[in-house]
Each structure stands twice: as C-alpha cells, then as structure tokens.
Design a protein around this ligand. Structure first.
Ligand SMILES: [Zn+2]
Length: 400
C-alpha cells in the first residue's frame, strides 16, 4: 500500500506531499482508495460530501464500526499524517480476516475529504459537512488562492457540489468511529511506547490579523514619517509567542501575505494568520484577546490600523470515556508494557468533528521526532505494525 501511495503528489524539490483537495493528486489518492476497497471485495461508495467509504457488511444494518482518516496533505506534508490511518485500517481488516474473525456488525473504512484545509483554508470540510457543522452555501463559496471556489473545484473533479450537506442518516448508522493517526508530538516517544489512546483534542482556531499602514519609498521616507504595518506585525508575532508561553498554550503565525510585497517599498498592508490552541476554551480566549491587545497597542504607536477576524474555531473535544476505556482495555490485553498511554493532543482531526454525533476514539502511533506537517515526519515500521495490531484488536472487540 505504501509503495503505491509513495509517489502520489510528492514534490520532487521539497520531498513533501502536496495532496490538496480536489486536485489531480487528490484524485489519484482517491483512485488508490477505491482500488484498495474493490480489491478486497468491499462495497465502495462516495457520500454526498465526497467522503469515500469501503463497507464490509450491510451499511443499513446500523451500529456500524467505522475506522479511517484522510489522504490529503498540508503543503509539503509528510507521508503519514492521514495516510497512516487509512493504510492501517485496510491492514487491520486484512489482519482480522486472517484471524478468521466473525463480524457481528458492519465495518467500514473511510477517507474523509479535505481534512487539512490546505487549499480552501478551512479544515475538515468533508466531516464538517457530514456532521452539519458547515453551511453548504458557505462551503461552496470557499475560494483557493487562485480564486477557484470549492464548488468549481468539486465540479472539475467530477463531483456534484449541489449535493453537499448534512448526512444525519449516515451518522445515525455508526455505532463507533476509531481514527488511527501518527502522533504529532513526542509524548509516546518520551514514554517509550509505540501506541497510545487520545483523551481529548484541545480547542483551537484560526484568526486573521489585518495590519493597514501606508505604502511609501524605502529610500526616501523618514523613519518618523512611516506607517509601517510590518513593524506592528513583527511585534504581534513576538507577543503571541510570549503570551502563549505564559499561558501554557500554543500560538503560531505560519502564514503571511504582504502588499505590495516589494523589496524597496514600505508595506501598505500585512495580513497574518494566527493559529492558537490551549487546553481549555477560557485560556484560548484569553490568549487571543491578549495577542489582539498587543497588536492594537503597537498599531496605535505605528499609526497602523488592526482588525482581527476569527476564521474558524473548534471547541474542546473530550472523547467518549467508555469507548476510550474500552480501547485501552483491548490494547492492554494484546501485549505487555502496562496500561496504554492516554494523552491529549493539540491537533484537530475528523474524529474531533464527528465526536459530537458519534462515539469516537483515536489511536496514536509513535512519532520518534514529533515532527509533523513536514517532509521529515517519520514513523518506524515496527511501530506502524504495532498500530495495525492495536487497531485490529480494537475493531475485533467492537465489531466481532
Ligand atoms: Zn491528519
């Protein structure tokens, strides 16, 4: 499976993956998924929101056990974020068949579309639409950097954007969803364990900061006469880092857009995006307010206007405790090493979106460096295989 996926959407210069929603690379990943499904004799379908499903048993029977993740990537992403969950799901199904497992419930592998939001700026579009947490009109109007709307992109990829929207009947037929994912941190490595179970996902969001100054000549404008939004922006970036450290939270400016973007011109406008995450919503709100205040205070000194727009927000997700405990018990029963670690994460996932509607749990596989959203992301083969075994144990306990 890895061999077939390896070349899809890989950028020869960076070595990272550029599998953005509804692009040719995404279409190739989706063709791979369909081939994996049909090659195993599973019933393949695509739902109204473009998510792919591979069913063993009758989806209409209800109380289905579903596992899977996503195949799209961030810009120059690693090989494992997303695909490890999908590959492991198919491998776990193979393992269960090899064990001769008798399935009491329908089982499905899913590939949720557009999880990373790399192209249209909003994460988890496929699962958000399905869960009724994204208005279909708002989704269709999302635009990529070239001005192409999501509706146009779906149409070009052969999908009907008019059909997108909530899918409560589908969710009602699911008894449990388990997403396996590479860990995006080093907690498992520090505990020297290959596999863990998620406790919660930190609340997180994206805020757009617009700094409006005045374009002017870099060689003739006195420093005292400038209204340079780059200064306000730079101060805001440093403030975000400091406030996050003091709050035990995370704040990142990872994307910036400058106008007119000339070497010898004072910028007229700087637009920066803040990604902020914290263990609870009150801490997160206080953090963002503090960053905004720092930006505004500095903007007043620079003669620069500042506006802050919240572009997305995902509340805290506490995974279903009974399902989480069941997972931990099933995995512990499979091997030595004490109870399986239970850990929170600052990363968003489709599992976090579905958790409100469906009992949901996550498994993490050790990431020895903790690096993710980068070509340097890695996982050891033994750990990946331990993840497959753990997922197979879990699926057997839930579905057989
Ligand atoms: Zn992911």
């Amino acid at each position: 499976m890895w061999r077939d996926l390896a070349a899809i959407g890989r950028h020869s210069g960076s070595g990272g993956y550029r599998r953005y929603a509804w692009t040719p690379a995404d279409t190739d990943c989706r063709a791979w998924f369909e081939a994996q499904a049909t090659g195993r004799g599973l019933n393949y379908e695509v739902d109204r929101n473009g998510n792919q499903w591979a069913w063993l048993g009758d989806p209409g029977a209800g109380d289905a056990v579903v596992t899977g993740s996503h195949l799209d990537s961030v810009p120059d992403g690693g090989a494992f974020d997303g695909p490890l969950g999908v590959v492991s799901s198919f491998a776990a199904l193979d393992e269960l068949r090899a064990r001769g497992a008798a399935f009491r419930k329908p089982l499905a592998v899913v590939n949720f579309g557009d999880e990373e939001g790399a192209r249209f700026g909003l994460a988890c579009v496929g699962s958000r639409l399905t869960a009724g947490r994204l208005d279909p009109d708002d989704a269709r109007a999302l635009r990529d950097a070239d001005g192409v709307t999501l509706a146009e992109a779906m149409t070009r990829a052969g999908r009907d954007p008019g059909a997108i929207g909530p899918d409560p009947e589908r969710l009602a037929g699911i008894g449990a969803f388990v997403e396996l994912h590479i860990e995006q941190g080093r907690a498992l490595d520090l505990e020297d364990r290959p596999v863990g179970v998620a406790s919660a996902i930190w609340p997180h969001g994206r805020w757009r900061f617009d700094f409006r100054g005045e374009a002017n000549h870099a060689g003739t404008t006195r420093l005292a006469d400038r209204h340079d939004p780059m200064l306000t922006y730079a101060t805001t970036v440093l403030a975000a880092r400091k406030k996050a450290r003091l709050a035990g939270a995370l704040a990142t400016f990872g994307k910036v857009d400058v106008a007119p973007n000339g070497v010898n011109a004072i910028a007229s406008r700087v637009r920066g995006w803040l990604d902020a995450r914290a263990a609870d919503e009150a801490t997160l709100a206080a953090l963002v307010a503090a960053v905004e205040q720092a930006a505004t205070e500095r903007g007043d000194r620079d003669g620069v206007g500042v506006t802050v727009t919240r572009e997305s927000f995902t509340p805290v997700v506490e995974f279903a405790h009974d399902l989480r405990d069941r997972l931990a018990a099933l995995i512990t029963a499979a091997g030595p090493g004490g109870p399986v670690p239970v850990l929170p994460t600052g990363a968003g996932h489709d599992a976090g979106i579905l958790a409100e509607a469906v009992p949901t749990a996550m498994l993490f596989v050790r990431n020895p460096t903790g690096v993710s959203h980068s070509p340097a992301e890695s996982a050891a083969e033994d750990d990946c295989l331990a993840g497959v075994t753990a997922l197979a144990d879990v699926l057997e306990g839930l579905a057989c």
